[in-house]
Design a protein around this ligand. Sequence first.
Ligand SMILES: *[C@@H]1O[C@H](CO)[C@@H](O)[C@H](O)[C@H]1NC(C)=O
Ligand SMILES: *[C@@H]1O[C@H](CO)[C@@H](O)[C@H](O)[C@H]1NC(C)=O
Length: 543
Amino acid sequence: MRLWFLVLLPLLCLPAPIQCEDYSDVTVIIRGSETIASTSNEFVCATIDWWPPEKCNYDQCPWGQASVLNLDLTNPLLAKAIQAFSPLRVRVGGSLQDQVVYGTPNLGSPCNPFSKVSGGLFGFSQGCITMERWDAINALFMNTGAVVTFGLNALQGRQQIRKGVWGGAWNSSNAQEFMEYTVSMNYPIDSWEFGNELSGSGIGASVGVEQYGKDIVELQSIINQLYGNSTKPLVVAPGGFYDQKWFARLLEVTGPNVLNAMTHHIYNLGAGNDPQVANRILNPQYLSGVSDTFRGLQLTIQRHGSWSAPWVGEAGGAYNSGSRQVSNTFLNSFWYLDQLGQSARYDTKVYCRQTLIGGNYGLLDTNTLLPNPDYYRQVTALLWHRLMGTRVLSIDISGSSYLRAYVHCGKEKGGVALLLLNLHRSMGFMISVRNDLNVDLAEGQGIRRDNAFVHGLKRTVSWVGSKASDGLEKREEYHLSAKDGNPFARTMLLNGAPLELTEDGDIPELNPVQVSVNSPIYVAPLSIAFVVFPDFEAEACSQ
Ligand SMILES: *[C@@H]1O[C@H](CO)[C@@H](O)[C@H](O)[C@H]1NC(C)=O
Ligand SMILES: *[C@@H]1O[C@H](CO)[C@@H](O)[C@H](O)[C@H]1NC(C)=O
């Protein structure tokens, strides 16, 4: 009855303040019979980088004290932010990673941090991490249950042979001592990553794939030797931009069961000062363009190294420290959540957001001592992590390309979890969600697959499954929107209330609203909704 009423009245009026918006009807059909891809349990990942405070872009220096070397590890907000995920995968790495040396007893030179030098790679000297600092970082990681991916210096021992091209074998001795120390201290490293953006034509420096492959084989043998019979960390590489030939060849050169994952980087929104960044985020065709990369890597691995798996090792949206106007605003959540959704559909196991902290794109505000940091960015990551399970389902969606939808098996509550992104600036969407179980049933009876049928079917069979329904099933909705309707706001609303830390600095409870499953879902213009259907009957999720 209510639905019928709304169809006659194509304006939705919400009470106080009175607000009427155009909306359009959309049907989403969830195919619950098979999974199309899967992620790992620690799919949501965030990076900690090496950039010192002197790293600047566009007359702005947004790194502050956010580096591996100087981050205030005792700040309780940092620990709470990591702990909230239990577990969060943290990838330690970034551009300066291939200039890091490890302050082991045999280093043979003083253990000094990075300093600015003209002519240095990325404008900096070599930098050293002391073992005391490494101890402190591991204490934080162990206390917070972080799952650690550590990126090793893969330029050590090589020489520059042409502009931007480095040759010669990797000198593993300093890295090996560092790893020996790490093993002796029982610091749990989930995965050792080899190199940062040295693949293909490289960023700043590149290394030929034949040599790179040999060096990875050496890394694996070091790991085998150091870890003996205990569980071995994964070997992941190359941490660079996807280049089909280079990545395929790397799998061939390293051979079976050496590279456990191929990490690639994504900065598809342009430079941090590009005025088009915001428009690109709201352009569905533009957002979808990156699927070629996800599909390409998935196919390369299927064809050349099925033992491996695709990971996004670093993705910040806009490169050069992010966009000051966009990366730290609500608008950026559309890009981020859409990336999580798209990459998962192509079997990406891990997605590391640049950064946990640092630059303009951190999940946390660079200055964690501020009383009210940008917690919304962490909340979007957290909601995904808590609600979206590892198994990815497929979806059919009718209507506007401005509504983007992703569905996974549910995580804590069973059923399925749906992510809806409305990229439209003025149009809302009234969404009917259907189970393809019902739709297929109808096709068997020769009934058209349209709204009239779907509405009729509800009377006899619950839309969430094939079992008869008492009509009391609920779904849970988490609606995210920008404060004051301003997409560039730095505060986000969850179901209408601003997200803020509690007085104790804890992440607030993220509570859904309960809604009867038989009503349509309304997703307002420029808003995001996570919707959990605990009773949704999806065969692939119950196995
Ligand atoms: C690797 O580096 C170590 C320490 O700098 C050095 O002693 C050793 O000779 C190097 N090995 C090779 C093969 O160059
Ligand atoms: C590893 O396991 C093998 C066979 O079980 C055993 O002989 C060897 O001593 C073990 N090595 C270590 C370092 O524990």
